[in-house]
Design a protein around this ligand. Structure first.
Ligand code: DC
Length: 230
Protein backbone atom coordinates (compact mmCIF):
# COMPACT_ATOMS: atom_id res chain seq x y z
CA UNK A 1 0.00 0.00 0.00
CA UNK A 2 1.44 3.38 -0.93
CA UNK A 3 2.52 5.66 1.93
CA UNK A 4 1.00 9.11 2.16
CA UNK A 5 1.28 12.33 4.17
CA UNK A 6 -1.69 13.19 6.40
CA UNK A 7 -1.89 16.80 7.63
CA UNK A 8 -4.12 17.74 10.56
CA UNK A 9 -4.54 21.39 11.51
CA UNK A 10 -6.85 23.25 13.85
CA UNK A 11 -7.19 25.38 16.96
CA UNK A 12 -5.82 24.19 20.29
CA UNK A 13 -7.55 21.28 22.03
CA UNK A 14 -9.63 20.24 19.03
CA UNK A 15 -8.48 16.66 19.52
CA UNK A 16 -5.91 16.74 16.72
CA UNK A 17 -3.34 14.70 18.59
CA UNK A 18 -5.85 12.06 19.72
CA UNK A 19 -6.96 11.56 16.13
CA UNK A 20 -3.41 11.64 14.78
CA UNK A 21 -2.28 9.01 17.30
CA UNK A 22 -5.21 6.74 16.41
CA UNK A 23 -4.43 7.06 12.69
CA UNK A 24 -0.69 6.50 13.11
CA UNK A 25 -1.35 3.35 15.13
CA UNK A 26 -3.85 1.93 12.64
CA UNK A 27 -1.74 2.74 9.56
CA UNK A 28 1.61 2.05 11.24
CA UNK A 29 2.72 5.57 10.36
CA UNK A 30 4.97 7.97 12.26
CA UNK A 31 3.09 10.61 14.25
CA UNK A 32 4.69 14.03 14.70
CA UNK A 33 3.19 16.52 17.18
CA UNK A 34 4.56 19.84 15.91
CA UNK A 35 2.96 21.73 18.82
CA UNK A 36 5.36 19.80 21.09
CA UNK A 37 8.27 21.29 19.15
CA UNK A 38 7.03 24.88 19.65
CA UNK A 39 6.38 24.05 23.30
CA UNK A 40 9.91 22.68 23.77
CA UNK A 41 11.44 25.85 22.30
CA UNK A 42 9.20 27.84 24.67
CA UNK A 43 10.40 25.79 27.63
CA UNK A 44 13.99 26.54 26.63
CA UNK A 45 13.17 30.28 26.47
CA UNK A 46 11.49 30.14 29.91
CA UNK A 47 14.32 28.25 31.55
CA UNK A 48 16.86 30.73 30.23
CA UNK A 49 14.84 33.75 31.36
CA UNK A 50 14.16 34.97 27.81
CA UNK A 51 10.39 35.00 28.38
CA UNK A 52 8.07 35.39 31.36
CA UNK A 53 4.65 36.90 32.01
CA UNK A 54 5.94 40.45 31.67
CA UNK A 55 8.73 40.38 29.05
CA UNK A 56 10.03 38.51 26.03
CA UNK A 57 13.58 39.00 24.73
CA UNK A 58 13.11 37.71 21.20
CA UNK A 59 16.67 38.59 20.14
CA UNK A 60 18.21 36.38 22.82
CA UNK A 61 16.03 33.45 21.83
CA UNK A 62 16.84 33.92 18.14
CA UNK A 63 20.57 34.05 18.81
CA UNK A 64 20.32 30.85 20.87
CA UNK A 65 18.33 28.87 18.29
CA UNK A 66 21.36 26.91 17.10
CA UNK A 67 21.78 25.61 20.68
CA UNK A 68 18.29 24.09 20.67
CA UNK A 69 18.22 20.48 19.48
CA UNK A 70 14.93 18.63 19.34
CA UNK A 71 14.25 15.00 18.62
CA UNK A 72 11.49 12.45 19.18
CA UNK A 73 11.77 8.99 20.73
CA UNK A 74 8.92 6.48 20.44
CA UNK A 75 7.62 5.41 23.84
CA UNK A 76 6.33 1.86 23.46
CA UNK A 77 4.08 1.91 26.53
CA UNK A 78 2.53 5.29 25.76
CA UNK A 79 2.18 4.49 22.06
CA UNK A 80 3.57 7.78 20.77
CA UNK A 81 6.88 9.61 20.35
CA UNK A 82 8.00 11.91 23.17
CA UNK A 83 9.87 15.12 22.56
CA UNK A 84 13.45 15.64 23.77
CA UNK A 85 15.06 19.06 24.26
CA UNK A 86 18.85 18.83 24.12
CA UNK A 87 18.63 15.12 24.99
CA UNK A 88 16.26 15.61 27.95
CA UNK A 89 12.76 14.15 27.82
CA UNK A 90 10.50 17.19 28.35
CA UNK A 91 7.18 15.61 27.35
CA UNK A 92 5.63 16.40 30.76
CA UNK A 93 7.12 19.85 31.34
CA UNK A 94 5.85 21.20 28.01
CA UNK A 95 2.19 20.45 28.84
CA UNK A 96 1.79 22.88 31.77
CA UNK A 97 -0.54 25.89 31.60
CA UNK A 98 2.53 28.14 32.02
CA UNK A 99 4.06 26.85 28.79
CA UNK A 100 0.64 27.09 27.09
CA UNK A 101 0.48 30.74 28.11
CA UNK A 102 3.81 31.61 26.43
CA UNK A 103 3.92 29.28 23.43
CA UNK A 104 1.79 31.31 21.04
CA UNK A 105 4.11 34.30 21.42
CA UNK A 106 7.17 32.16 20.71
CA UNK A 107 5.39 30.71 17.66
CA UNK A 108 5.05 34.14 16.06
CA UNK A 109 8.82 34.38 15.52
CA UNK A 110 9.74 33.63 11.90
CA UNK A 111 13.24 32.39 12.76
CA UNK A 112 11.73 29.81 15.14
CA UNK A 113 9.20 28.73 12.53
CA UNK A 114 11.83 28.41 9.80
CA UNK A 115 13.97 26.11 11.95
CA UNK A 116 11.06 23.90 13.01
CA UNK A 117 9.42 23.75 9.57
CA UNK A 118 12.69 22.52 8.04
CA UNK A 119 12.93 19.77 10.65
CA UNK A 120 9.27 18.82 10.10
CA UNK A 121 9.75 18.60 6.33
CA UNK A 122 12.78 16.36 6.83
CA UNK A 123 10.74 14.07 9.10
CA UNK A 124 8.17 13.66 6.32
CA UNK A 125 10.53 13.00 3.44
CA UNK A 126 9.75 9.27 3.33
CA UNK A 127 5.98 9.83 3.73
CA UNK A 128 4.03 7.43 5.95
CA UNK A 129 3.49 10.26 8.40
CA UNK A 130 0.65 11.92 10.31
CA UNK A 131 1.55 15.44 11.40
CA UNK A 132 -0.60 17.82 13.42
CA UNK A 133 -0.26 21.53 14.04
CA UNK A 134 -1.46 24.88 12.69
CA UNK A 135 0.32 25.21 9.34
CA UNK A 136 0.88 21.64 8.20
CA UNK A 137 -1.50 21.65 5.24
CA UNK A 138 -0.69 25.24 4.28
CA UNK A 139 3.08 25.64 4.82
CA UNK A 140 4.87 22.45 5.91
CA UNK A 141 3.24 20.07 3.41
CA UNK A 142 1.09 22.09 0.99
CA UNK A 143 1.02 18.95 -1.21
CA UNK A 144 -0.06 16.57 1.57
CA UNK A 145 -2.23 13.73 0.25
CA UNK A 146 -5.02 14.30 2.79
CA UNK A 147 -5.65 17.38 4.93
CA UNK A 148 -8.04 17.75 7.85
CA UNK A 149 -9.06 20.95 9.57
CA UNK A 150 -10.47 20.33 13.04
CA UNK A 151 -12.82 22.68 14.84
CA UNK A 152 -14.92 22.64 18.03
CA UNK A 153 -16.44 25.36 20.21
CA UNK A 154 -14.09 27.18 22.61
CA UNK A 155 -16.18 26.00 25.56
CA UNK A 156 -15.93 22.32 24.56
CA UNK A 157 -12.19 22.65 23.98
CA UNK A 158 -11.57 24.42 27.29
CA UNK A 159 -13.56 21.72 29.14
CA UNK A 160 -11.45 18.97 27.53
CA UNK A 161 -8.19 20.78 28.30
CA UNK A 162 -9.28 21.55 31.88
CA UNK A 163 -10.01 17.87 32.46
CA UNK A 164 -6.61 16.89 31.01
CA UNK A 165 -4.81 19.32 33.34
CA UNK A 166 -6.76 18.05 36.36
CA UNK A 167 -5.97 14.45 35.39
CA UNK A 168 -2.28 15.42 35.28
CA UNK A 169 -2.61 16.67 38.86
CA UNK A 170 -1.98 20.35 38.07
CA UNK A 171 -3.17 22.47 40.95
CA UNK A 172 -4.46 26.04 40.95
CA UNK A 173 -6.21 25.53 37.61
CA UNK A 174 -9.69 26.90 37.01
CA UNK A 175 -11.94 26.39 34.00
CA UNK A 176 -12.01 30.18 33.49
CA UNK A 177 -8.18 30.36 33.26
CA UNK A 178 -8.11 27.53 30.76
CA UNK A 179 -10.88 29.10 28.66
CA UNK A 180 -9.03 32.41 28.64
CA UNK A 181 -5.86 30.65 27.48
CA UNK A 182 -7.72 28.78 24.72
CA UNK A 183 -9.29 32.05 23.48
CA UNK A 184 -6.08 34.04 23.60
CA UNK A 185 -4.16 31.30 21.75
CA UNK A 186 -6.93 31.12 19.11
CA UNK A 187 -6.50 34.84 18.58
CA UNK A 188 -2.69 34.89 18.40
CA UNK A 189 -2.45 31.68 16.31
CA UNK A 190 -4.93 32.91 13.70
CA UNK A 191 -3.81 36.53 13.44
CA UNK A 192 0.00 36.23 13.51
CA UNK A 193 1.76 37.46 10.36
CA UNK A 194 3.85 34.34 9.65
CA UNK A 195 1.88 31.18 8.82
CA UNK A 196 -1.36 31.96 10.69
CA UNK A 197 -3.79 29.13 11.29
CA UNK A 198 -6.12 28.97 8.29
CA UNK A 199 -7.98 26.17 6.62
CA UNK A 200 -6.16 25.00 3.49
CA UNK A 201 -8.46 25.20 0.47
CA UNK A 202 -8.38 21.45 -0.02
CA UNK A 203 -8.71 20.50 3.68
CA UNK A 204 -11.70 18.54 4.95
CA UNK A 205 -13.31 20.28 7.91
CA UNK A 206 -14.27 18.16 10.91
CA UNK A 207 -16.32 19.86 13.65
CA UNK A 208 -16.19 17.47 16.59
CA UNK A 209 -18.08 19.61 19.14
CA UNK A 210 -20.74 16.91 19.27
CA UNK A 211 -18.92 13.91 17.83
CA UNK A 212 -17.61 10.89 19.71
CA UNK A 213 -14.04 9.71 19.19
CA UNK A 214 -15.10 6.51 17.47
CA UNK A 215 -17.44 8.25 15.04
CA UNK A 216 -14.75 10.79 14.21
CA UNK A 217 -12.11 8.10 13.66
CA UNK A 218 -14.38 5.99 11.41
CA UNK A 219 -15.27 8.98 9.26
CA UNK A 220 -11.68 10.16 8.88
CA UNK A 221 -10.25 6.69 8.36
CA UNK A 222 -12.61 5.81 5.53
CA UNK A 223 -11.72 9.08 3.77
CA UNK A 224 -8.03 8.23 4.08
CA UNK A 225 -8.39 4.67 2.86
CA UNK A 226 -10.08 5.96 -0.29
CA UNK A 227 -7.08 8.25 -0.89
CA UNK A 228 -4.51 5.51 -0.29
CA UNK A 229 -6.23 3.32 -2.90
CA UNK A 230 -6.17 6.08 -5.59
O1 DC B 1 -0.92 21.93 19.33
P1 DC B 1 -0.51 22.66 20.61
O2 DC B 1 -1.65 23.32 21.30
O3 DC B 1 0.33 21.82 21.51
O4 DC B 1 0.45 23.84 20.07
C1 DC B 1 1.03 24.77 20.93
C2 DC B 1 1.25 26.09 20.21
O5 DC B 1 2.26 25.96 19.23
C3 DC B 1 0.05 26.68 19.50
O6 DC B 1 -0.70 27.53 20.34
C4 DC B 1 0.65 27.41 18.35
C5 DC B 1 1.96 26.76 18.11
N1 DC B 1 2.02 25.93 16.91
C6 DC B 1 2.29 26.55 15.71
O7 DC B 1 2.39 27.77 15.66
N2 DC B 1 2.44 25.81 14.58
C7 DC B 1 2.32 24.49 14.61
N3 DC B 1 2.49 23.78 13.48
C8 DC B 1 2.02 23.82 15.84
C9 DC B 1 1.86 24.58 16.97
Amino acid sequence: MKKIIIAIDGFSSTGKSTLAKQLAKKLQYVYVDTGAMYRAVTLYAMRNGFINASQFDKKKLISDLNKIKLHFVFNESKGFAEVFLNNENVENEIRTLEVSQMVSQVSTISEVRKKLVEQQQALGKDKGIVMDGRDIGTVVFPNADVKFYMTASADKRAKRRYKELLDRGDSGITYERVLKNVESRDYIDSTRLDSPLTKAEDAIEIDNSNMGLEEQFDRVYSLIVSRIKD
